[in-house]
Design a protein around this ligand. Structure first.
Ligand code: F3S
Length: 430
């Protein structure tokens, strides 16, 4: 790879062994991908805090955080001193909500270690946003900005909605990027890979958040890892808000591996279909009508059977304040059923706003819980005795049955709140 003088110096160890290890990792990674050079980044999303038992045990055994970071973040069995980060870096989700540790089965020893780990990472420069939706809480890269993000639902939002540029990175490459402010220049950093390859013609109106989730799931199944451009056969697509785009992208990156999409007239690199396609002909065209919508809904619900619901999980990806407001309004004056639990996940900073606005109180008075920092798929934590769960996220319906062995119903937020209050799934496709 072609390196600048500064990059050569980092690779030669001028800036210390931690930076040298990070550069070594990036160069091996970049060469494997065929990247010709690195690109500067000022925006990284990664996972640093030692929130998993195996990381804690490793750090305790080796007697240092640097040992844990060397092994799990830089792929180095040799322990090197980890210096402060050079790039602005957000911490993604961890394995539990420290405010609800006992109900998530996390003990005091783990909590003590976790707090130490958080202080250590903040000292290195990590922003402890602890969310899969950093773009909701202040990390909003600008159009064209080169980023190094992990977490598929965040990556697809970053590329498609914000017009910033990232590949789906891993814990190691993002950690190396935080230390060096560099990432290999390939994939979605390059103009030619960002053009649409496939066209999805919509034959139905897509409006609700549930509908956008179903559509995302369909698109992921059809285009896999290619780049779709969505257009309306007749008329225009009604502009989706943040929550709808978030659910669409999360679903498309779960049922397929979509990292970038265009919606003609909505997303920044698709003022027209021709622009989205880079003035090339599409390789494939799909038509999404009522039959496709209904069949996709059935597939998302394919694990469901029992109508008795023990758990309702909302907030995948982490809820916006608007979604918390909606859930609180649906819950007001009602009670969560004795046989059911309701957990809603959101970033810490949005929870603070929900506290201020009185939504947390409404949710808790009804018997629900508003949590931060994690989700059921990441933590693998669900209420004991759960056999069937209700979800308003196609992504979570895709992962949770496999992750924790439950049946999953997918539907609207209102249907999920109804399930929480009755202990029964009574939803159907609207
Ligand atoms: Fe976020 Fe967990 Fe969903 S990480 S996108 S809430 S599976």
């Amino acid at each position: 790879m072609r390196l600048t003088d500064q990059e050569k110096a980092m690779a030669d160890g001028r800036d210390g062994p931690g930076i040298q290890k990070a550069m070594d990792l990036l160069l091996r990674y970049g060469e494997a991908l065929g990247a010709e050079r690195l690109v500067e980044t000022r925006n990284v999303c990664s996972m640093f805090t030692a929130s998993m038992p195996f990381q804690r045990d490793y750090a305790i055994r080796q007697g240092s955080m640097d040992a844990m970071l060397s092994e799990f973040n830089l792929d180095s069995q040799e322990t090197v001193e980890i210096p402060p980060f050079r790039a602005f870096t957000s911490q993604l989700q961890i394995g539990f909500d420290s405010a609800h540790a006992p109900s998530l089965g996390v003990g005091e020893e783990m909590m003590r270690f976790y707090r130490r780990s958080e202080v250590h990472m903040a000292g290195l420069g990590a922003q402890l946003m602890n969310t899969c939706t950093p773009y909701q809480v202040g990390n909003v890269p600008t159009r064209g900005e080169h980023c190094a993000w992990m977490e598929s639902s965040a990556v697809i939002y970053c590329n498609s909605v914000l017009g910033a540029r990232t590949n789906t990175e891993g814990r190691e490459s993002t950690s190396a990027a935080a230390l060096t402010a560099r990432i290999p220049y390939w994939g979605y950093h390059l103009d030619e890979n960002r053009y649409a390859t496939d066209v999805i013609e919509l034959d139905v109106d897509v409006d609700s958040t549930e509908d956008w989730g179903i559509l995302g799931y369909y698109v992921g199944e059809q285009v896999l890892e290619r780049v779709p451009a969505l257009t309306r056969r007749h008329g225009t697509i009604r502009t989706p808000n943040l929550a709808r785009l978030k659910h669409f992208g999360a679903a498309a990156s779960s049922s397929g591996g979509v990292e970038m999409y265009h919606i003609v007239g909505v997303t920044p690199e698709a003022l027209t279909l021709e622009q989205a396609l880079g003035r090339r002909a599409p390789q494939r065209t799909f038509r999404y009508g009522e039959a496709e919508r209904r069949a996709t809904y059935e597939r998302i619900n394919s694990t469901a059977g029992s109508h008795d619901i023990q758990f309702v999980m909302l907030g995948c990806p982490h809820y916006t304040i608007e979604q918390i407001w909606e859930a609180a309004m649906l819950l007001q004056g009602r009670k969560v059923h004795d046989n059911c639990a309701l957990w809603i996940f959101t970033p810490r900073t949005i929870k603070a706003l929900a506290d201020l606005n009185g939504y947390t109180r409404i949710i808790e008075d009804a018997g629900g819980v508003l949590m931060s920092d994690t989700c059921s798929a990441v933590s693998r934590m669900i209420p004991p005795g759960t056999r069937a769960v209700a979800l308003d996220s196609a992504k979570q319906a895709h992962y949770l049955p496999a992750a924790v062995g439950v049946q999953a119903w997918f539907g609207s937020t209102a249907q999920c709140i109804d399930a929480a209050c009755t202990g029964q799934w009574r939803g159907a496709l609207q």
